[in-house]
Design a protein around this ligand. Structure first.
Ligand code: URA
Length: 423
């Protein structure tokens, strides 16, 4: 087989055969296909799409490129959640302990932020001592002893996706439904979870800008999961404004701890509880209310044990950025818009995110939103506080917020937090 023939076939709008797909993924993983050839194929896929059959085979080949984890020794059913990425999306942090407190095992393999979307591992690494990298045996140990583990995927899990995702990130080929669906689902299926709830984000701060695109992505992923015997459900949720008030790393951990203590912003609590119900349902666990686990301290207890089991000190003060800059409301009225993308880019430029994979992130950098769309504001009141280690970062962050918020007179027409459910 020849890489150029495969590229030409997709370039000319043909479906790839099973043999072509299996060969391409295997050869690319082994280093037998050049990065520029894979980049060209990824662009052809982005432009010409793939049928459901092709996406299914592509996903299966990516799973087969590495190892599969096995949780059959656990005494509890496994259930997991995956978000397609957003701004202020710290839901995994309270969600995993809540679901574990209700009786499931939550093996949450998570990623790092790149660009304007945050990464769960970057957030948790702001907890002094906390370790993202665990061996498979350590992961199973934490899962068995606490009910939840949030860690980095080992290098043996879907290595084809690891290479391809890094390539897509620098070749403008991330925003492709077949490539996103197969990337996410190959990792989740290889991880070996029994049930999966997908949080497919919609809006300016998400990869999918429209409900139609998000629905297509969700349907594709649900079909792949179901075909592989994973009970899969998807929620389409709003990402036109940031989730909660905190956007960054340590600031999002602090907000998650507030939620685990029974407080926190309404939208973060609502989404955590809804996703927890879906995860428990998919795992066949009945008679437990996740809202109780937040009220009675049992989720907080799992959180503390989970953080400690991964080397973190749940009582240690979280890092804070040295410098702050507050933006005040230019007039009185109603905050009609707070754009998720603008706030995400601001947090990224303040140091919370990275421009290249190897860059370090600042634990304390980020944005605190004092008002949320729909809130009444008074001229001069704080609207956003920017946190950075270096004040030189404020100018570019302020640039990204220009036009990112609006004050008007009437309540805004916002996307509902939970737009739809697919199964
Ligand atoms: N998250 C992934 O894991 N892969 C993608 O392609 C996009 C988001």
């Amino acid at each position: 087989m020849d890489a150029i023939d495969v590229i030409r076939a997709k370039r000319d709008g043909h479906a790839l055969s099973n043999e072509q797909i299996d060969w391409v993924i295997d050869a690319y993983t082994r280093g037998a296909i050049a990065e520029e050839q894979m980049s060209s194929l990824a662009m052809a896929i982005l432009l010409n799409g793939m049928s459901r059959a092709e996406i299914g085979r592509w996903t299966a080949a990516m799973i087969a490129s590495g190892e599969r984890m096995d949780f059959s020794s656990l005494s509890r059913p496994t259930t997991d959640k995956h978000s397609t990425g957003g701004v202020g999306d710290k839901i995994t942090l309270p969600l995993a302990p809540v679901v574990a407190a209700c009786g499931a095992a939550v093996p949450q393999l998570s990623g790092r932020g790149l660009g304007h979307t945050g990464g769960t591992l970057d957030k948790l690494e702001s907890i002094p001592g906390w370790r993202a990298s665990l061996s498979n045996a350590e992961m199973l140990d934490v899962l068995e002893s606490t009910g939840a583990v949030i860690c980095a995927a080992g290098s043996g899990l879907a290595p084809a996706d690891r290479k391809l995702y890094a390539l897509r990130d620098v070749t403008g080929t991330v925003e492709s439904i077949p490539l996103i669906a197969s990337s996410i689902m190959s990792k989740k299926i290889a991880e070996g979870t029994g049930a999966l709830v997908l949080d497919v984000k919609v809006g300016s701060g998400a990869f999918m800008k429209t409900v139609e695109d998000a629905r297509e992505l969700a349907e594709t992923m649900v079909a792949i999961g179901t075909d592989h015997g994973v009970r899969t459900v998807a929620l389409l949720t709003a990402m036109d404004r940031p989730l909660g008030r905190a956007v960054g790393n340590a600031v999002e951990v602090a907000e998650s701890v507030e939620v685990l203590a029974g407080g926190g912003p309404e939208d973060v609590v609502e989404l955590t509880v809804r996703l927890a119900r879906e995860m428990l349902d998919a795992a066949g666990i009945t008679g437990k209310d996740p809202a109780d686990a937040l009220r009675d301290g049992s989720a907080m207890d799992v959180w503390r044990r989970m953080v400690a089991a991964q080397g973190g000190d749940p009582d240690a003060p979280l890092p804070q950025a040295a410098e702050t800059h507050t933006i005040t409301a230019p007039s009185s009225g109603v905050l009609t818009r707070l754009d998720a993308f603008a706030v995400g880019v601001a947090a990224w430029r303040l140091g919370a995110g990275r421009a290249r994979k190897e860059d370090p992130v600042s634990a304390g950098a980020g944005v605190i939103c004092h008002a949320r769309p729909g809130d009444k504001v008074t001229e001069g009141q704080p609207l956003l506080t920017l946190h950075a280690d270096d004040p030189a970062r404020f100018d570019r962050a302020l640039e990204s917020l220009e036009g990112g918020y609006e004050i008007g007179t009437t309540a805004p027409d916002l996307l509902p937090l939970i737009i739809d459910r697919l199964s």
